[in-house]
Design a protein around this ligand. Structure first.
Ligand SMILES: [Ca+2]
Length: 365
């Protein structure tokens, strides 16, 4: 028992350090992209209602320059997701954006789709016109590799589906690890899961891919369930969107009605804006009031915890010495963080921004 005070002292010290790092928003604000100096992103999606919202929030945000939209299987199969992505960029008035189709299946596990949540068509069964735009002829993984290599250090990846495409790009071209400055992803959780008690759905849908991404060495902002549960869209938000006069606002109101209805059927009020919050963090990280540096790995073997993002919050591990019939703790070596996790979010400001931007006139490229 005598080791406990030392352990608590160490954890307390690290906790204080984490707090002071998290509150240093001055440096984050300095990096905040602007319309004049936008963040260049590749948005990787599995649309999906909240993916559709994320695409439209991105096209309506002047602080983001979308270099490509890449599609992965997840909420729906990739063929349907790719068709949805084409429809979405046309709705947004942005047929100039590259759209590419990616991985059909997760790396190892069997695909799980989610039409019960997102509608048979993946877009809340709201119909959009058939797209006239065509897919890029390249595989999405090749598009990611090509764009990052042509712009080293410049392209932030924003994946909001299973991480299959990103993992395949890293496997196919390991030099991307040095060329991608940051990944801002929707996925994971340090407060329990939604696909299983332990795992969040995007990670659960391809844990082996997620493990590759979290161990890539690329700095990650993990917009997980703890963050997105603080950014809820309620029915009271829908009239502003529906009556905006914007085709984007009307569409988002319609798909939100479907999405919120699902939440109500399972006993919740309102819907978490999962994927849009990752896009929000890409243009304004101060939506997070607290960003907690952690070291995160992904469980790929656990009986109860398959797909869990296992977080070392205190950036320490126990080091032990064998003293015969037992081990004794000798020190607490430090562990480097590989991710920042928004744990406190200004949900009201984010949702207000979301509604305002999606109710506005569609932006021109
Ligand atoms: Ca998604």
């Amino acid at each position: 028992m005598k080791r406990l005070p030392a352990l608590f002292a160490a954890l307390l010290a690290v906790g204080i350090a984490a707090d002071s790092q998290a509150d240093s928003q001055g440096s984050m604000a300095a990096q905040t992209p602007t319309a004049e100096n936008p963040r260049r992103i590749i948005l990787d999606i599995d649309p999906g209602i909240d993916d559709a919202m994320a695409v439209l929030l991105a096209t309506q945000s002047p602080e983001l320059q979308i270099e490509a939209i890449t599609v992965v299987s997840g909420n729906v199969i990739v063929d349907l997701g790719a068709e949805n992505a084409l429809k979405l960029v046309e709705l947004a008035g942005r047929p100039d954006i590259i759209v590419a189709k990616g991985a059909k299946y997760p790396l190892q596990r069997k695909l799980i789709t989610a039409q019960s949540i997102h509608g048979k068509n993946g877009l809340g069964d709201v119909e959009l016109p058939a797209p006239s735009k065509k897919l890029d002829p390249r595989h999405a993984v090749q598009v990611i590799i090509d764009i990052v290599n042509a712009n080293p250090g410049e392209i932030t990846l924003v994946p909001v589906g299973p991480l299959t495409n990103i993992a395949l790009a890293l496997l196919q071209d390991p030099t991307l690890r040095e060329k991608v400055p940051e990944i801002i992803l929707m996925g994971g959780s340090v407060i329990g899961g939604n696909a299983s008690p332990a795992a969040e759905a995007n990670i659960y849908n391809d844990p082996e891919a997620a493990k590759i991404v979290f161990n890539s060495g690329i700095p990650i902002t993990m917009v997980g369930l703890g963050a997105t549960s603080q950014a809820k869209l309620y029915r009271r938000h829908l009239p502003t969107l529906a009556n905006s006069g914007s085709p984007i606002g009307k569409f988002v109101a319609d798909i939100s009605d479907f999405y919120i209805s699902f939440s109500e059927r399972i006993g919740f009020e309102g819907s978490d804006l999962h994927d849009p919050l990752a896009v929000g963090m890409a243009f304004d990280k101060t939506f997070a009031k607290k960003l907690w540096p952690m070291h995160i790995d992904v469980e790929t073997k656990g009986e109860l915890t398959y797909g869990e993002t296992v977080a070392n919050r205190y950036l320490l591990v126990e080091s032990v010495e064998d003293v015969g019939d037992h081990y004794e703790i000798t020190s607490f070596p430090k562990v480097e963080p590989n991710a920042e996790v928004p744990t406190v979010v200004d949900g009201d400001r984010f949702v207000a921004t979301f509604v305002e931007r999606l109710s506005a006139t569609p932006r021109k490229p």
